[in-house]
Design a protein around this ligand. Structure first.
Ligand SMILES: Cc1cc2nc3c(=O)[nH]c(=O)nc-3n(C[C@H](O)[C@H](O)[C@H](O)COP(=O)(O)OP(=O)(O)OC[C@H]3O[C@@H](n4cnc5c(N)ncnc54)[C@H](O)[C@@H]3O)c2cc1C
Length: 409
């Protein structure tokens, strides 16, 4: 394949900016044009619900340093939204009418927070969290807040609850599940997170939802739940998940999958020649799982962006990595590798859930479908090997912490 002369990337997050950097780091010498609707230099999102929100960090982790883009001849168009992609003409159009031809195009437009379609959702004091500006506004609000209500008991809701407690606010988290994080971790491991937050003074309102928000003079003062009860609030965070930003791709005529993402094959290619997608928006046909997968995690954005860069230059390699994510809440740190169904996979634990120092493995027959280490850091490579290869291991070996057993066979 002839080397493309001009590569255009839409989306200045980790997937998009990481892809631009990878192109140069591989020695690509053609033009690289990167559009980001956000006015800030490309940054990573994890710190926005952790160190930056708490106030321990003043800046997010930047994808690359201040001078990297100019030094590597990457044209950054920040604060510039791409409004149209013309697949036939191999052209993208930006919000001010500029037309930009491409030989290869990478779509990496990420996600946007879901809203709640209830009365009062537009009152002042109600926040969502996706961008650096969102995080700075929420941090300022937490610093002054007396009563914070967080809607959503997933990762971002849980991390934000920890940050709000560090600011000294009274915090209530409302979740539809009966245990936080239950859909990912199951009830037993989810309870570890529930108890951790309860010990830190967080109030849980689980198995319920929001009926509406009430306010005074345009600002939120309370959250009415579907069970009829009312929670007082001067700051509310809606953290009920994110939806992939696929408007551009859909309007261009690219196919969307049932999971809402843009359909790509194992190589991260769409059905349109020379157009790729990576990160939160990509619904990839994953060779390991033999089905479509759309993953909203930091590592997926980083690795898929870099992988797509290679394939745009002709690598022709399938993306095979299993999902991986991490979280930090108070003094609990964890990593999760793989993809389990906690409803049907068998949970086997090494260590102590009560002491919050353990490795949880979800097993299907004698294989580990996913593994999560909590405040235990020495088994990462062995757990990755078990998840990646499906090497056989017994429940007893897992309980004894013999995670390298799978490598022997
Ligand atoms: C607060 C927060 C904390 C998180 N913490 C963790 C964590 O601890 N661990 C973990 O594994 N994952 C975490 N994640 C998830 C992870 O960060 C994301 O999955 C990842 O950042 C997705 O990267 P992306 O590049 O696909 O999308 P994004 O980072 O969303 O970047 C997409 C970019 O595209 C731009 N864009 C969109 N449309 C256009 C357009 N038309 N024109 C130009 N630009 C456009 C947007 O402005 C945005 O900057 C967190 C997410 C959030 C929001």
């Amino acid at each position: 394949m002839a080397e493309p002369q001009r590569i255009v990337i839409v989306g200045g997050g980790l997937a998009g900016a990481g892809a631009a950097a990878a192109l140069r780091e591989r020695g690509y010498r053609g033009e690289v044009l990167l559009f980001g609707a956000d006015a800030h230099r490309p940054y990573e999102l994890p710190a926005l619900s952790k160190g930056l929100l708490i106030g321990d960090a003043e800046e997010p982790d930047w994808v690359r340093g201040q001078n990297f883009y100019t030094e590597h001849d990457i044209t950054l168009r920040l604060g510039t939204r791409v409004t149209r992609v013309e697949l036939g003409g191999r052209l993208v159009l930006d919000a001010s009418g500029g037309e930009h031809p491409y030989d290869r195009l990478l779509l990496a437009t990420g996600s946007k927070p879901r809203s709640l379609p209830v009365r009062g959702a537009d009152l002042a004091g109600i926040h969502t969290l996706r961008t650096l500006d969102d995080a700075l506004a929420l941090r300022a609000a937490f610093a002054k807040a007396e009563r914070v209500v967080i809607i959503g008991s997933g990762w971002i809701g849980s991390e934000a609850a920890a940050a709000a407690r560090k600011h000294g606010a009274e915090v209530t988290v409302v979740g539809m599940e009966s245990t936080p994080l239950e859909s990912v971790l199951g009830a037993e491991v989810g309870a570890v997170f529930r108890d951790l937050h309860a010990e830190q003074g967080v109030h849980w309102r689980l198995g319920t939802s929001v009926a509406d928000f009430v306010g005074d003079d345009g600002a939120v003062t309370g959250v009415r739940l579907t069970d009829g009860s009312m929670l007082e609030a001067d700051v509310v965070l809606i953290a009920v998940g994110a939806a992939p930003e696929t408007g551009l791709a859909q309007a261009a005529g690219l196919e969307l999958a049932e999971d809402g993402g843009v359909c790509v094959d194992a190589l991260l290619r769409t059905a349109s020649p020379d157009v790729y997608a990576a990160g939160d928006i990509a619904s990839q046909f994953h060779p390991k799982y033999e089905r479509r997968l759309r993953v909203e995690h930091w590592a997926n954005a980083k690795n898929q962006g870099e992988h797509a860069a290679g394939n745009m230059l002709g690598d022709h390699e399938s993306y095979r990595r299993a999902p991986y994510f991490f979280s930090d809440q108070y003094d609990l740190g964890c990593e999760y590798r793989g993809l389990a169904d906690p409803g049907t996979d068998r949970l086997v634990v090494c260590g102590s859930l009560a002491e919050r120092e353990f490795v949880a493995c979800w097993m299907r027959e004698n294989r580990v479908t996913a593994a999560m280490n909590v405040n235990v850091w020495e088994h990462g490579d062995a757990l990755k090997h078990l998840v990646d290869t499906g090497a056989p291991v017994t429940d007893e070996q897992v309980r004894r912490g013999e995670f390298s057993a799978g490598s022997a066979g």
